[in-house]
Design a protein around this ligand. Structure first.
Ligand SMILES: [Zn+2]
Length: 412
């Protein structure tokens, strides 16, 4: 089998898809179920059909483009990613995995390869949380991580529910039917830009992902007692911001002392009430984002943060209220797919490193129902989610070649 990736075609398709956007080029904004998202979906569908793939969409708009294998009843080998983009984004996040996946299939077709297992390109609905406040909507439903009942309650900023919006966009049927059965996939591989600087820094063209980290997030509110900044003397204070400061540093310290660099914790929002120069802060609201590749270690950090909240509350006479917003489990990639990717790299004499995906992707949720792995390519300065996001045509073509070779190995 000799594989040829049509780099020029792939590059021009990435450019063409980037023009389907709610913002002026080079900015890409494509929020789920807006006119530009629907136009991008139609554009993708027609390209898949041109390649002879049979296209099916589910009730939430996840799109499956299938190349039938010689044994259509055998479990499917999947690849794919997303085409939705946050406001003010770039051209490559998600798109490289979708158009690269399509090009990989076309390269395999052209080489004369015939798969035994069907190969399916999957375009996930709403990987980005922009509209409904929750990321990876499509893959959460496919993996039943998000039950249909909870999904129905989601609504956007205008108060429109997911159910209304998706039906209006033309996706009928019940959300219950989105979930895929265990065993549907033999393997799922996602090609993606790294969204970090390591590959570029090490000058390595490919990263084989072995683990996908996952976030847990908390909302913390601290109630103390306000008052006049001059009138209330220090022994009488119950300053909510001072309590928050102590908590924030304790959170940082807990993550730093977990024993590995894989634990990260961030307080990204700190709202202070009433926020006046001469008023003691009476109330503070914080958000805490904790990520790790190991669920037990992350949960241990969450426990320590909980204990710290109690001790600060007792010591400073403030009320600390904690609310768990969400806690997704990290995933390990499947050794068989990692090995298939590594072998493909070796075959083409391409250097690669094992990597941890620090951002999460649809593959994190697909890992609940399928063996998964991911392949990363470098992106300039590690930039992503911004208009100057860039991956070179050479790097994209290399990633696509390794993806194609791996899909061939897995689908035999
Ligand atoms: Zn992405």
């Amino acid at each position: 089998m000799s594989l040829t990736i049509d780099r020029d075609r792939l590059t021009s398709e990435i450019e063409a898809l980037a023009l389907i956007s709610e913002a002026e080029p080079p900015v890409v904004t494509r929020v789920v179920f807006t006119p530009s998202d629907l136009k991008a979906r139609a554009w993708m569908k027609s390209h898949c059909e041109e390649a002879g793939l049979s296209v099916r969409e589910d009730a939430v708009g996840n799109t499956f483009a299938r190349w039938n294998g010689s044994d259509p009843s055998a479990p499917v080998v999947g690849t794919g990613s997303h085409v939705d983009a946050i406001p003010n984004a770039g051209k490559y996040d998600g798109v490289v995995g979708v158009l690269g996946g399509l090009e990989a299939i076309r390269a395999l077709q052209q080489s004369g390869f015939r798969p035994r297992h069907s190969i399916e390109l999957l375009i996930f609905t709403s990987e980005e949380p922009t509209r409904f406040g929750i990321g990876c909507l499509g893959s959460r439903l496919l993996s039943n991580t998000l039950p249909a009942d909870s999904a129905r309650k989601l609504s956007d900023n205008d108060g429109a529910t997911l159910d209304e919006v998706r039906r209006k966009a033309g996706f009928a049927g019940e959300l219950e039917q989105v979930k895929l059965p265990q065993g549907y996939y033999k393997a799922f591989v996602e090609l993606h830009i790294e969204q970090g600087p390591l590959l570029e820094r090490k000058q390595v063209p490919l990263g084989v992902v072995t683990k996908i980290a996952a976030p847990a997030s908390l909302r913390v509110s601290i109630e103390g007692s306000g008052g006049h900044a001059g009138g209330v003397l220090m022994p009488d204070r119950r300053d909510a911001l001072c309590a928050a400061a102590e908590l924030i540093l304790a959170i940082e310290n807990t993550a730093r002392s977990s024993g590995t660099i894989d634990t990260v914790a961030t307080v990204g929002i700190c709202d202070v009430f009433p926020g006046a120069v001469n008023s003691i802060p009476s109330r503070v609201r914080l958000t805490v984002d904790i990520r790790d590749t190991d669920l037990q270690r992350r949960d241990r950090v969450m426990c320590i943060i909980g204990d710290t909240c109690h001790s600060i509350s007792a010591k400073r006479q403030v009320t600390v209220h904690r609310e768990l917003v969400n806690a997704d489990a990290p995933a390990d990639c499947a050794p068989t797919i990692i090995e298939a990717l590594a072998q493909s790299c070796r075959k083409y004499d391409l250097n690669f490193i094992p990597m941890v995906s620090r951002a999460y992707h649809d593959s994190l949720f697909m890992a609940r129902i399928a063996p998964v792995a991911m392949l990363f390519i470098p992106c300039r300065n590690g930039y992503s989610h911004r208009p100057d996001e860039y991956a070179s045509p050479e790097d994209i073509a290399r990633g696509t070649l390794i993806l194609a070779e791996t899909l061939a190995a897995l689908s035999q």
